[in-house]
Design a protein around this ligand. Structure first.
Ligand code: PLP
Length: 404
C-alpha cells in the first residue's frame, strides 16, 4: 500500500497527469474563504471556475443535500423523481424553455444539444442538413464531440479522427459566419461570453445578426451558458440581457453550486426529436443533484442577488483600476457581472499563470483564461469587504511579482 501523505506529491503518483493542480490542498471552505492543510486562509475569487455560485457550504444548499440524502439518493431514469420535476418546472418557468434534459456536466449538456440539433434537422429537413458552426476560441467541453465543436484545436489534437461536419467562424464577426452558413447548417453554437477563450463578450449587434442568419437558414441557435448562466452576469441567464432568445440553452457549473449537474433546455417542438430511447444518462436528473440545484435557483433567482452582482462588479472594477493605476499591468478589463477578465499588457502576455501563483502566495485565489488573462468568477454573494481584501492581496502579489 502507498502510505505517502495526502500531499500534492502523491497526485503525481496516483493520478492520470492531465491536470497540474496548485501546490496547496484546500480542506475546508466557508462562503468565499477556504483553508488549506496548513490552516492558511485564502479569499477565493475562482468560485470553483464559476461553480460555487453561493460560495462554499452555503447553509441552504447543505440543508437541501442533507434532507435529500436522508430520503432518496438514486433511482435511474426508469423512474422520475420529485426534485427533478421541481427543478424542471423552475427552469421552464424562469426561461424561454418548455422542456429540460438533465445530465451531470457542461460537456454532457452540450453533447446532448449537439446530438439534438442534428436529430432535429434530420427529422425535419433530411440527412444533408448536419453541419454545425461554432466560433474560434470557444470552449464547449472535453468529450470528443464537444472538443470538435470547440474552437481550440489544441484540445482535439491527437484525438482524431473527430466528428465531421463542423466549422469555426470568427467570434463577433458576422461576415465570417455568413461565409460559412448555408441551408446545410443545422445549428450555430456560441457562448454569450467566451469564458475559457479569454472572457470575451459577444456584441449585441453580432448576436442579432446570428439569430437572423439562423432563421434565414432554418438553423437552430444554441447558447452554451455553462459558464455564464445562473446569475453570473447579473441575469439568471446571459441571453436575458441580449436582443434575442436561443433555441437551445445549456447550463451546468453554477446550476448545482458545486454539486455535479448539467441541463439542456429547449422548446417542446425541438425536444420532440429526442424521443424515447434516443438519448440518456444513468445519473442525469438524480434526486441529490436536482435537490441541490433547486435550492440554488431559489437562492439565486432573486432581484436582490442579481442586482448585487452588478454592484459587486463595480467594486472589482474599482479595485482593478486602482491596481492598474499603480502597476500598469492590465490592458483591458472585460466580461459582465461577476465573470471578470483582466488582460495583461503585452509585455506580460503568456505569464497569467505566474500572476495566479503570485496571488496564491498572498492569499487570494484567482483563475486564468488562457495565457494572457487573469479571470475571476467569485460567488455571487461574496461580501463587499472580501472583494476589497481580495483586491488588496492581488495588489500586493502584483507588486511582489513586478519587483522580482
Ligand atoms: N461550456 C463552457 C462554456 C465551459 O466553460 C465549460 C467548462 O469550462 C464547459 C462547457 C464544460 O463543462 P464541464 O467541464 O462541466 O463538462
Amino acid at each position: 500500500m502507498n502510505n505517502n501523505p495526502l500531499s500534492r506529491a502523491l497526485f503525481n503518483d496516483v493520478m492520470v497527469p492531465n491536470y497540474n493542480p496548485q501546490p496547496i490542498i484546500p480542506v475546508r471552505g466557508e462562503g468565499s474563504r477556504i483553508w488549506d492543510q496548513d490552516g492558511r486562509e485564502y479569499v477565493d475569487v475562482t468560485g470553483g471556475i464559476a461553480v460555487n455560485v453561493l460560495g462554499h457550504c452555503h447553509p441552504a444548499l447543505v440543508d437541501a443535500l442533507k434532507n435529500q440524502a436522508d430520503n432518496l439518493w438514486h433511482l435511474s431514469n426508469v423512474f422520475t423523481n420529485e426534485p427533478a420535476l421541481k427543478l424542471a418546472r423552475q427552469l421552464t418557468e424562469a426561461t424561454f424553455a418548455e422542456r429540460v434534459f438533465f445530465c451531470n456536466s457542461g460537456g454532457e449538456a452540450n453533447e446532448a444539444a449537439f446530438k439534438l440539433v442534428r436529430k432535429y434537422a434530420f427529422d425535419h429537413y433530411g440527412e444533408h442538413k448536419n453541419e454545425i458552426i461554432s466560433f474560434r476560441q470557444s470552449f464547449h467541453g472535453r468529450t470528443l464531440f464537444t472538443v470538435s465543436v470547440g474552437g481550440q484545436p489544441k484540445y482535439r489534437q491527437g484525438f482524431e479522427p473527430v466528428p465531421a461536419g463542423i466549422t469555426h467562424a470568427e467570434y463577433n464577426n458576422l461576415d465570417s459566419l455568413k461565409a460559412l452558413i448555408s441551408d446545410n447548417t443545422c445549428a450555430v453554437v456560441l457562448e454569450p461570453i467566451q469564458g475559457e477563450g479569454g472572457v470575451i463578450p459577444a456584441d449585441p449587434e453580432f448576436l442579432k445578426g446570428v439569430r437572423e442568419l439562423c432563421d434565414q437558414h432554418n438553423a437552430l441557435l444554441v447558447f452554451d451558458e455553462v459558464q455564464t448562466g445562473v446569475g453570473r452576469t447579473g441575469h439568471l441567464f446571459a441571453y436575458m440581457d441580449t436582443p434575442m432568445v436561443p433555441d437551445i440553452l445549456t447550463s451546468a457549473k453554477a446550476l448545482g453550486g458545486g454539486f455535479p449537474i448539467g441541463a439542456m433546455l429547449t422548446t417542446s417542438k425541438i425536444a420532440d426529436s429526442l424521443g424515447i430511447g434516443t438519448h440518456g444518462s444513468t445519473y442525469g436528473g438524480n434526486p441529490l443533484a436536482c435537490a441541490v440545484a433547486g435550492a440554488v435557483l431559489d437562492q439565486v433567482n432573486r432581484p436582490d442577488v442579481l442586482e448585487g452582482v452588478l454592484r459587486k462588479r463595480a467594486l472589482f472594477e474599482e479595485g482593478l483600476a486602482q491596481i492598474n493605476a499603480r502597476h500598469h499591468i492590465f490592458k483591458e478589463i472585460r466580461g459582465k457581472g461577476l465573470l471578470i477578465g483582466a488582460e495583461l499588457v503585452d509585455a506580460w502576455h503568456g505569464k497569467a499563470g505566474e500572476f495566479l501563483a503570485a496571488a496564491r502566495g498572498e492569499g487570494v485565489l484567482v483563475l486564468v483564461a488562457g495565457p494572457d488573462v487573469l479571470r475571476m468568477a467569485p460567488a455571487l454573494n461574496i461580501p463587499e469587504d472580501e472583494i476589497r481584501q481580495a483586491m488588496a492581496r492581488l495588489d500586493a502579489a502584483i507588486e511582489k511579482k513586478l519587483s522580482e
